[in-house]
Ligand binder design. Structure first.
Ligand code: ZN
Length: 247
């Protein structure tokens, strides 16, 4: 089983009728519902207003892949928690940042850059899959039209992705690196641009497929207890001693 925790700020859905109509149970529960169709996934949710942002040490230390949606209250996430998330990614946990989580503290910490971009609400997006051989692109069509989505434009100030899987084109003329993957420490990080809170993007089957694939891709083979930098003896000398002993 892959233990997935879906974290959501969960303020828009409670405070804004338009958003509530799209995600009555919150974005986190919408994501949980479609991920739950995959029997290999064990899914929990966590939100900003829960104790410890819903991410106690027990929850974090038993999470294989952490999904993050945040927008207006990034600053409410304590720095101490951000460091714990960062360290767990360094040890192997997968991290998936969605849409406005480009400015979330954990994502910025992982990228080590400003993560700024351009934006304009209410555009139309054509999401092009440019790396169809990638695990995240499995059974995903070459292009997905998202009738209403917020435009995010370049320059997206992140380190050059290790793998660029999707490019978004917007009817206003901009393009954006909409699906980017990085290796960070022992962990894998995926950023996915679509998913503005007032648009039903996470109800689109192809988007659900991408995020389900992303969870499998980000799932680590193992998670280390800590990152070490150990002194080691010469492998060659050890091998030689072993060979001489066996004669
Ligand atoms: Zn947005």
């Amino acid at each position: 089983m892959i233990n997935v925790t879906v974290w959501n700020e969960f303020r828009h859905e409670r405070e804004d009728e338009e958003v509530k109509a799209v995600y009555p149970q919150g974005i986190h529960n919408c994501i949980k519902d479609f991920l739950s169709k995959d029997e290999e996934l064990n899914i929990r949710t966590a939100t900003l207003d829960e104790e410890n942002c819903g991410l106690s040490d027990d929850v974090l230390n038993s999470t294989d892949v952490l999904i993050w949606w945040g927008h207006c209250h990034h600053d409410k996430v304590p720095d101490e928690l951000v460091e714990k998330i960062y360290n767990r990614v360094m040890c192997g946990m997968g991290f998936i940042a969605l849409h406005s989580a480009h400015f979330s503290k954990p994502f910025k910490r992982l990228m080590g850059s400003t993560c700024s971009l351009k934006w304009r609400d209410g555009d139309r997006e054509r999401l092009w899959c440019i790396l169809p051989s990638h695990e995240i692109a499995k059974d995903v069509p070459e292009q997905i039209v998202i009738p209403v989505e917020e435009m995010y434009g370049e320059r997206f100030d992140v380190p050059t992705p290790d793998e660029l899987i999707f490019i978004g084109w917007f009817s206003g003329g901009e393009v954006f690196r909409s699906g980017c993957a990085w290796n960070k420490g022992l962990g894998r990080v995926f950023y996915f641009q679509p998913g503005h809170e007032s648009n039903p993007t996470y109800h689109i089957p192809e988007v659900q497929k991408i995020l389900t694939n992303a969870v499998h891709w980000a799932n680590p083979n193992f998670i280390a207890d800590e990152i070490e930098c150990p002194w080691v003896p010469s492998q060659e000398e050890e091998l030689l001693k072993e060979t001489l002993r066996s004669r």
